[in-house]
Design a protein around this ligand. Sequence first.
Ligand code: GCB
Length: 628
Amino acid sequence: MLYPRQTWARAFIHDLTGMWNFRADDSVSRRQGFDEQWYLHSLSKTGKVIPMPVPSSYNDITQDKGLRDFVGWAWYDTEFYFPRELLNKRIVLRLDSVHYNAIVWVNGQEIMRHDGGHLPFEGEILGHQLSVDDLNRITVAVNNTLTPTTLPPGEIIYENDTNRYPPGYFVQKLQMDFFNYAGIHRSVKIYTTPKVYVNDITLVTDYKDDKGFVNFNITTSTSSPSDLRSIDVVVRDAYDHVVGKAGNLKGTIDIPNPNLWWPWTMNTSSPAYLYKFEVTIVTKDGEKDNYLLPFGIRTINVTNTQLLINDRPFYCHGVAKHEDSDIRGKGLDFPLIAKDFNLLKWLGTNCIRTSHYPYAEEIMDQCDRQGIVVIDECPGVGITKKNNFGPVSLSHHLKVMEELVQRDKNRPSVIMWSTANEPDSALPEAVAYFRPILEHTKALDPTRPVTFVANQDVNKELVSQYVDVICINRYNAWYTDCSHTELIQRQLGNDLHKWHGKFNKPIIVAEYGADTIAGLHQDPSFVFTEEYQIEFMNEYHQVFDSLRGDFLVGEMVWNFADFMTKQEIIRVVGNKKGVFTRQRQPKMSAHLLRSRYYKIINSTDVYKGHSGKLGFNHYSNIFPNIIG
Ligand code: GCB
């Protein structure tokens, strides 16, 4: 499945962004919509509908608490015209992300089903299913229920004590702390391709001396290449000059003097250099398809102590993020994407983790383009109960990894696959579960390291032996020994040494952080104040500095920005561990981090060794009093 990109052969892409009709099925069974077949008619004819923006989460759009916290099937529909002259094409309906289960109908006929948010799915609409004289209708039913076998897992608890709860009362229990935003989160598009079309492209790049190599494998909808009159493969540089050619579906193209793809902090002259891979096929009948894929030439390797990009040690000074915003929830939001990338650069960030699910392709495009490296994580967060490790969960998890690798395999920014966040990897069941997931992911893509993000005691950890890079989350002086920042260096230092001693693999601290209410101050520091967050982070930074260049290959603060959570007594309107507020204003910690990251950019020998010192000196002493 290729992302719908406009080319001369694929000019028609109809984006259904806008106000759709919406109706939550609040019947006790949540099945009224199916019983009454709401998909057969315009939703507005079935009962009261409200306008709902697509893309967005439906939770924070209205003033209705019931809808914010709704669990069950919610229904959407919208209408569109389809051009008569395109009826002879292959017509595809693509939904970039619907959370969680989705069923999709066109003019009352079911087109497809999909389980799981954050990843795209598509299906073909047949010409006879469409009208060219009248409006066509798309209906989408979305169910946000999380169960022991969904990713992330959750549980519906029925409360049977009628003294305390009305009959049929249930609550959705979550096993992660972020709000379970739901709805049609990303774009819905109808596009066409020729009937014989380019189905998939896999690119693997390498280089040696002054030559780059682009190993390509193209699949088309026709299984027999003899159905094709011609195949033209062309590689263009950033100025659209042709720098390599081939005439087959599989092979290697040599690129003389390649511009390698580098993270933006590692190369001043041409960071994040993107080439274009263009394929044109012509069938015996003269039908033509054409597809253009941006890509970068780079390699990733791992030793016992290092993570290498283009054979140079890479240190990740990053942030773990969330897709989260006021009002839109997890809905695709271009101004927010642009703002976040400006803030990532302002901070001096060179790496993000897509905690705890795959981010929008539009965000990934910016990572490729702007040179931000990505640890690409699947929605395997909160796999902590024994009933989350069964065969149904496993087969779904394997499928999700396939969908993720399929979606992002050609992205130069993606340097690692993360299969989960904080599963109970000390349970014996975790080995039988994660070993095949890690091995399967590696088999799907042998060119990138695989990992999961651990939080167990090193002595109890069972799964990290199967990863390439160890990622761990640590909250010393927050969830343990709260307020005792004086213990951080001793505890974290000893802990990281033990992890490396036991597994002999490079380590990234993938989370560390303290909840901080913006504007709350107290000196001496007190938990939840901005002073505490700074003091806390400074202690972690001392440890990171002592291990950087040894086996520590990255640090990621939790979190880039405050984000919404479920309601619970340890969160005050959301998780406040952001260095930015939810509205993207900096806390003191953002300035601290910025100062630190620019210092790292300036001082890391590998960067100097490659392309000279970057010109950011003026950042390093903005806050000398903070960084000491
Ligand atoms: C963690 C989780 C993250 C939470 C964070 C916290 O370890 O990975 O999802 O938000 O802790 O703030 O509790």
